[in-house]
Design a binder for this molecule. Structure first.
Ligand code: SF4
Ligand code: SF4
Length: 100
């Protein structure tokens, strides 16, 4: 999904492949197709698409996924989507708004 993306390279999503059994649950629950097809193991096919919703980590039966849920700024993503520019909420991050 290219329309709703946060800043590349900042997602907190991590996969511990040593714990993964390849059950496929993460791929089923992820709304942004972050996980790819790989026999026996999950694979982060498009980590930049992660919106840090937390669904994969909450549903992984092996605890192989971690993500700081809610760190991604949905306002920035939607603003970038509407304007066609990069993700930016323009709030300044100073705590004076309901955003960052
Ligand atoms: S839900 Fe967990 S165990 Fe299952 S494929 Fe994904 S990372 Fe691996
Ligand atoms: S946190 Fe949400 S968007 Fe990110 S990989 Fe997990 S399910 Fe997909």
């Amino acid at each position: 999904m290219n329309a709703l993306r946060y800043i590349e390279g900042v997602a907190t999503l991590r996969l511990d492949e040593s714990l993964c059994t390849g059950c496929g649950t993460c791929r089923e629950v992820c709304p942004h197709a972050v996980f790819g097809h790989a026999p026996g193991k999950a694979r982060l096919a498009d980590p930049g698409a992660c919106m840090e919703c937390g669904a994969c980590a909450l549903n992984c039966p092996e605890g192989a996924l971690t993500v700081s849920q809610g760190v991604g700024c949905a306002r920035a993503i939607i603003h970038g989507w509407i304007t066609g520019g990069p993700p930016s909420c323009d709030c300044g991050g100073d705590g004076s708004s309901t955003c960052c």
